[in-house]
Ligand binder design. Structure first.
Ligand code: HEM
Length: 347
């Protein structure tokens, strides 16, 4: 990552043993918005306060904002790729959009630290937010997910992880940021476990025990691994996944929390389309015959530096760059007609 890119949040931190995923909506009213803006400036200090007491436990927190929340809390301009979550599929096989203004992805090797940090975060926010989804995830044995396969093998690592996830000069004002899509999946494990291991392997595209990728001669084009392998201009585009298992055996709830980071939402959206609609249409991901997405959201993750500065970004008091442009044009006596100057960068 070039030196002039602001420090990202902990997007590329290594896999942890535990995680809490919180999705919240922000209450209406300027007083509530002010609480949230001010809280943005406290996040780093709260992570330090909890994490310093257990230095080897790798506590981290990534905070993201949905499109409507961004406009309401911080005004224009909006990050270039930020828009409400796009739905894919039809009937029972649907990647649905569900409400969510703020995402917190809290990770550590011990759940007590995740719990402690989540509690402090929510205490500060008070009634300015309502938590609409909370999932406590754990790393299953061998890094397997709830369907029993090793999950995360093809994740990019090191510098490549940053290249695929961190915004650069293509959206200079939001450089150091990232995009994240989350979906909570519930599995019909009785049905899944009714399949033979060979049938499961053809659905995923890898061997179950060894995690070795199936040979191209036997791997179906509708396998999960085929449909989520995508190219842009002849080059493979990767995303960074930090999926976690969750569930309550007593309630027969078995789930995978999908969380994928990328430099623009496009590759993840393409993967979702391939999975839910099919590539070509109809050649869909058979994992979805056994797994149902019950939530879906897209969030922009500001750089660490921008997150710290968000308390000052009140759209009602600060003069945005768009306002400044307009004032400048008025001084110069132009109407700025036909110009793109000061236009918010919506996708
Ligand atoms: C039910 C939820 C899901 C489960 C249980 C699941 C599981 C897996 C497993 C076991 C692998 C193979 C090992 C690996 O490389 O990680 C994999 C690969 C992958 N998955 Fe998923 N996944 C799920 C949802 C998704 C979604 C929603 C996306 C993207 C929109 C996605 C994107 C990928 C990608 C990019 C790969 C790597 C493909 C490759 O390069 O071979 N997954 N997934």
């Amino acid at each position: 990552m070039p030196d002039n890119i602001p420090e990202p949040q902990a997007v590329c931190n290594p896999i942890s043993r535990s995680a809490i995923f919180l999705v919240a909506t922000v209450a209406r009213g300027e007083d509530k918005a002010e609480v949230v803006r001010s809280w943005c400036g406290d996040i780093a200090a709260l992570v330090r306060a909890v994490g310093t007491r257990a230095p080897t436990a790798n506590l981290s927190c990534v905070c993201g904002f949905g499109a409507d929340a961004w406009d309401m809390l911080f005004g224009a301009p909006r990050p270039a790729g930020l828009h409400p979550f796009r739905e894919f599929g039809s009937g029972d096989r649907r990647a649905i959009a569900t409400p969510g203004d703020i995402l917190l992805h809290i990770r550590a090797d011990h759940m007590d630290l995740c719990f402690e940090l989540a509690s402090h975060m929510l205490n500060k926010l008070g009634d300015a937010v309502t938590v609409v989804d909370e999932v406590h995830g754990f790393r299953y044995f061998d890094l397997r997910d709830m369907v029993g396969f090793v999950d995360g093998t093809e994740n990019p690592t090191g510098k490549r992880a940053e290249t695929y996830t961190i915004i650069g000069e293509e959206d200079a004002e939001f450089a150091g940021g990232s995009y994240v899509i989350v979906q909570k999946y519930l599995h019909n494990l009785d049905a899944w476990n009714g399949l033979t291991v060979e049938q499961q392997e053809l659905i995923i595209g890898r061997e179950k025990l060894s995690d070795v990728e199936l040979d191209d001669s036997i791997k179906p084009s509708c396998s999960h691994s085929s449909l989520t392998t995508i190219e842009e201009n002849g080059e493979e585009v990767k995303i960074l996944r930090h999926n976690m298992a969750f569930g309550r055996p007593g309630a027969k709830e078995f789930g995978t929390y999908f969380i994928g980071y990328a430099r623009t939402p496009r590759p993840i959206e393409q993967m979702l389309e391939n999975m839910f609609v099919g590539r070509p249409p109809g050649n869909y991901d058979r994992l979805l015959d056994y797994s149902r997405a019950v939530t879906g959201g897209l969030f922009f993750v500001p750089s660490s530096d921008l997150l710290d500065a968000l308390p000052d970004r009140n759209p009602h008091t600060a003069s945005s760059s768009a306002d400044e442009n307009r004032q400048g044009d008025a001084r110069e006596g132009t109407l700025n007609i036909g110009s793109l100057k000061g236009t918010p960068q919506h996708e």
